[in-house]
Design a protein around this ligand. Structure first.
Ligand code: EPU
Length: 349
């Protein structure tokens, strides 16, 4: 590995031409022109003193599990390696856990379960780092990050200073937040503090969880049981990136008006529809893609997963451009067949 120390006084270990194949879960064989691991806040302050942030299109990388590289990345990648988990505060019923942005999300979940602190169990096994979790307000099986989020600390790359953002500042919505909108690319998330429950109750409303627990003969589940059930369901449906390149859900579930949902369901009574409190309806993109005949489709090494149509997969040597081109065809086809617009969940670079 070729390392350069272009800023010796600032102790910046800037690297050139770093392969990204093992750093993106799609497994695309691309490289970054410049690469800088960030293990603490001081490095961010030092980077700010150079012209790197303004000159080299910085991109923050967590676990690489929600990014599609179309090609080599011509700028600077800042890899979030900030570690650590500490209890920041405790009351009779709650505990606040402050976690370094580079911690692996699932490791944080497992740590909370070992301590019987509730809130994360339904989000077991979501890939990626905790620093990336607020970006798209990760969620699964009836839970979302915003339900347990207290605050985050971030380095504001526009003004070169640390900021603390509370939930209200982050504009959390379904797979969306400030960090995908006005604040895109601006904040390097250094720490995330979660508010967890010391006397947890479980949420097994999501159909499959209750069924699995019943099959296992567990009538009074604790959070560890729910976590095991979620892990079981995820492993049965979602491909393991270590075996098959993918980024989890490639598309968002489209949120449409009641009228659009009614029209769709009149034609296809088996369509999956989840009515929202605000009168809109969320449709299952996986159902739409499967109904349109794409589930399990493969072209070259780019494909649609055979067990979950919401997931695009790289069978080996697909490029980001090939996956994107196939995804584009699917979007057009869903529009033509169902008059529904699919939006990508994954970030492209
Ligand atoms: N469905 C199909 N065909 C498919 C896939 C799904 O008909 O190929 C139907 C299912 O039968 C079900 C409905 O669609 O009735 C919903 O499917 P599922 O429970 O698998 O969830 P999803 O809506 O497809 C979302 C999240 C997942 C999360 C699951 C479970 C989004 C974009 N995706 O998927 O998140 O694990 O719910 O909560 O909201 C991720 O973000 O990477 C991710 C995997």
């Amino acid at each position: 590995m070729f390392k350069t120390y272009m800023y010796p006084n600032l102790h910046l270990m800037l690297q050139r031409h770093i392969p990204l194949k093992s750093l993106n879960t799609f497994g695309f064989d691309v490289e970054a022109s410049l690469f800088l691991p960030i293990a603490d806040e001081e490095i961010l302050h030092n980077v700010w003193k150079t012209n790197l942030l303004s000159m080299s299109s910085p991109l923050i990388l967590g676990g690489g599990s929600n990014i599609l590289f179309k090609d080599n990345y011509p700028g600077l990648i800042l890899q979030n390696l900030i570690a650590g988990m500490q209890v920041a505060k405790e009351t009779e019923n709650h505990i606040w856990l402050r976690c370094g942005g580079g911690e692996v999300w699932h490791n944080v979940v497992m740590y909370t379960i070992q301590n019987n602190w509730g809130g994360l169990e339904n989000m077991s096994l979501i890939p990626g780092t905790i620093g990336a979790s607020p970006i798209q307000n990760i969620g699964a099986y009836g839970a979302e990050l915003k339900d347990v989020f207290e605050e985050l600390e971030a380095f504001d790359m526009l003004y070169g200073k640390m900021v603390t953002l509370r939930a209200d500042d982050c504009a959390f919505a379904y797979r969306d937040s400030l960090f995908k909108q006005n604040g895109k690319g601006r904040y390097f998330i250094t720490y995330v503090t979660l508010r967890l429950n010391k006397n947890p109750s479980v949420n097994v409303k999501y159909g499959d969880i209750a069924n699995i627990l019943e099959q296992w003969g567990i009538s009074k589940p604790g959070i560890a049981d729910v976590s095991r059930a979620v892990i079981h369901i995820r492993r049965s449906k979602l491909p393991d990136p270590a075996e098959l390149g993918n980024c989890g859900s490639f598309f968002k579930n489209p949120v449409v008006s009641k009228e659009v949902a009614d029209t769709l369901c009149a034609t296809y009574p088996d369509a999956k529809r989840f009515d929202q409190p605000d009168g809109t309806a969320k449709l299952a993109a996986g159902w739409l893609i499967e109904k349109a005949g794409w589930k399990g489709y493969r072209r070259g090494d780019a494909g649609v997963h055979e067990k979950q149509a919401l997931v695009m997969v790289n069978y080996g040597n697909a490029t980001g451009a090939e996956i994107l081109s196939l995804a584009g065809e699917i979007v057009e086809d869903i529009q033509a067949k169902f008059q529904v617009n699919l939006e990508m969940e994954v970030n492209t670079r």
